[in-house]
Design a protein. Sequence first.
Length: 142
Amino acid sequence: MYKKILVALENSRADQSLLPHVTELAKRLNSRLLLVHVADGWVARNFEQLNLAEAQEMKDDRGYLDAAAVRLRAEGLEVSAHLALGDPPTEIIPTAEREQCDLIAMTTHGHRLIGDLILGSTIHEVRHKTTIPVLLVRAAEK
């Protein structure tokens, strides 16, 4: 059913809630995983336009993705990783479409109203702007 799953990673503790669910699902369905993190700092958002050098944040994010991919491959999964740059919902949806993903997996933090207005909601935009099914896993409490 789900041949390729885009796993949107935050490079935070929330990923520890998402990865076990996605790992088990991928094993049961023999799915491939595409790990995606969107670097969204100032350098990442202006990288192409201003021909900037890669920021340490971007290097750290790439290292995080690569390490996660290595751990998942050790569990027998087929995994690729992609570091996108810019606005998370603007990058997640076209990446999922371009890579022909059947499912987008993300964590939710349970923000409500004020939190979403202040922090924004990647999930809100992704779930409203894509036709690809979205799996949401609640991030564990801090």
